[in-house]
Write a protein that binds this ligand. Structure first.
Ligand code: ATR
Length: 272
């Protein structure tokens, strides 16, 4: 049988943890395949896309700064990519280049694993209105969360997302009283990354049953999660989102739905 090949491309790409995740699964399931990081400069990206078929790739992941160009250049897109406005995975099907988005599956899968029932916990407050926020909002919508409150420093960006995703979503320029009856608080901004002490929101305003999640995973315990934990609130860190977003790609390229195991998580934690 011919070896199946997949990749992750970005610029830069050396920091990507995806090759370790997919490498772990290839080894675990004894699959004859490869998954490698390919650094492609923005100017070369369109040609890279055109060459996938000739190079016999099954497909691959796309990360910063190529997600929007991939969105524009693929021949077909899945529904999630259309809603989110970005493509993070590619595959070839009967010679047609498809683009999809699995970030939202990563978000939902992480909460399903660590906080089952999260989607029935009440209103959700989402901090941030960038690309990462769109994946989270799509997941909340798909999973039936009906009251979604986007809070962003720049109100106009939050409003844009509220308009894009439709009914049940409101935009806010400040946190105000939004936490008092919330069941979920999710940080999608880079605040808290690399130990930045700034707290985007004080979880003190949340009810005791609330779940607090951060999509940042460096450090694993962000200032927001630390403050939430100090209040005995349920917290879910961002690493699981990275692990779970990799599942749909692996299944598509290598034909096996992989499991996010504690051993895999431990392996990546050791690297952080
Ligand atoms: P990403 O694709 O990672 O979400 P992005 O599109 O640059 O990145 O969005 C970054 C998000 O973090 C935005 O919501 C941004 O707020 P603005 O829209 O007001 O810029 C938010 N953000 C970044 N730095 C911030 C800061 N110092 N204080 C508050 N919000 C911040």
């Amino acid at each position: 049988m011919v070896e199946k090949k997949a990749f992750v491309t970005g610029h830069p790409i050396a920091h990507s943890r995806s090759p370790r995740i997919h490498g772990y699964w290839l080894k675990t399931y004894g699959i004859d395949g490869s998954y490698r990081a390919i650094d492609v400069a923005p100017a070369d990206f369109p040609e890279f896309l055109s060459s996938l078929h000739a190079n016999s790739y099954q497909g691959g992941n796309v990360t910063i700064p190529h997600k929007e160009v991939a969105f524009a250049r693929v021949e077909r897109r899945d529904e999630a990519a259309d809603m989110i406005g970005a493509v993070n995975m590619l595959w070839l099907e009967d010679g047609v280049l498809w683009g999809g988005n699995s970030d939202w599956i990563g978000f939902a899968g992480n909460l399903d694993e660590h906080a089952p029932g999260w989607d029935r916990n009440g209103p959700a407050v989402v901090l941030g209105a960038g690309g990462a926020s769109r994946g989270v909002i799509h997941a909340l919508k798909v999973r039936g969360v009906r009251d979604i409150r986007i809070v962003n420093r720049t109100l106009a960006r939050a409003q844009e997302l509220a308009d894009r995703f439709g009914a049940g979503i409101t935009a806010h320029g400040a946190i105000g009283e939004l936490l008092a009856d919330a069941g979920l608080l999710i940080n999608t901004t880079a605040l808290g990354m690399h130990g930045d002490a700034t707290l985007a929101a004080d979880p003190a305003g949340l009810p005791g049953h609330a779940i607090v999640s951060d999509i940042v995973y460096v450090p694993l315990e962000t200032p927001l999660l630390a403050a939430a934990r100090a209040r005995n609130l349920k917290t879910v860190d961002g690493l699981g989102m990275l692990l779970h977003q990799a599942v749909p790609g692996f299944e598509r390229w290598f034909g096996k739905k992989p499991e996010v195991t504690p051993e895999l998580r431990q392996m990546i934690v050791a690297d952080i």
